[in-house]
Ligand binder design. Structure first.
Ligand SMILES: C[S@@+](CC[C@H](N)C(=O)[O-])C[C@H]1O[C@@H](n2cnc3c(N)ncnc32)[C@H](O)[C@@H]1O
Length: 232
């Protein structure tokens, strides 16, 4: 243990020196900006009020790292100046939210939730519909849908279990505050490498493999695309 800790300590010292050297080599306008406590609080409150995202103090480096390039873009020296820009320019405000949101996603990202849906929720809905105790209509909201993997995973699951041929109507609403990921979700196109996240029977039934200019891509088929509506 001691040896490992010492080794880690030495490696870290080396990294700091390395970072120090490379930072000194950067021209002033490319060096990372710093943010005052008050400036951070202003962003923290604005972002929370408008999006519900709470950036804890520990996220200071994340905010600085993701927004510094916008200060450089506008030729600004402080985050206080950039705060005034986002407060007065709705487009820049949207861009800022795009930059600070974390959009990690995968198809069937939370397997337990999809198992619960398939094994508990859907059989109950089907039984209730057969008993005349519920309509054969389902409306689902993917809140924070990122680049679409979640609503399309839902679409494949629901369409498989609740087919229109049995009278089911499915509607999926997908929303995200990031306009960038939403555009990507609307395109319903992903790198083909993501196909490994999708169970084989769904992949074969609902996804299209790109060819020609689209080689290496995968696109959602029309049956599942028709189920989803996207909103910002
Ligand atoms: C970590 S991703 C998760 C994506 C997807 N739900 C999944 O589990 O695979 C969170 C997404 O929620 C979005 N988001 C965060 N706060 C939001 C809000 N208040 N309104 C809409 N979208 C929000 C982010 O932009 C991001 O794309």
């Amino acid at each position: 243990m001691t040896t490992g800790a010492e080794a880690t300590g030495r490696a870290q010292t080396g990294a700091v020196e390395e970072r120090g050297r490379s930072r000194a080599a950067l021209p002033a306008e490319l060096q990372p900006k710093s943010i005052s406590e008050k400036e951070f609080q202003n962003f923290q409150e604005l972002i929370y009020r408008t999006s519900g995202i709470w950036l804890a103090q520990a996220k200071t480096a994340l905010l600085v790292g993701r927004l510094s390039k916008r200060l450089r873009h506008f030729g600004l020296k402080t985050f206080g100046e950039y705060f005034r820009v986002v407060s007065n320019d709705p487009d820049e405000f949207t861009r800022m939210l795009d930059l600070i949101s974390t959009n990690e996603t995968r198809f069937f990202r939370e397997p337990n939730q999809f198992d619960f849906l398939e094994q508990r929720v859907l059989p109950r809905w089907i039984a209730e519909a057969e008993a005349g105790a519920r309509a054969r209509k389902v409306r689902v909201w993917s809140a924070g849908c990122s680049s679409g993997q979640e609503p399309y995973s839902l679409a494949m699951t629901l369409l498989h279990h609740l087919p229109p041929s049995a009278g089911w109507e499915i509607e999926i609403i997908a929303t995200d505050l990031s306009t960038q990921v939403l555009e990507s979700a609307k395109s319903a196109t992903w790198d083909f490498s993501k196909s490994s996240e999708i169970p084989d029977h769904y992949l074969k039934a609902f996804m299209l493999r790109g060819y020609g200019e689209q080689v290496g891509k995968m696109k959602a088929g029309p049956e599942i695309r028709a189920l989803i509506r996207f909103f910002n």
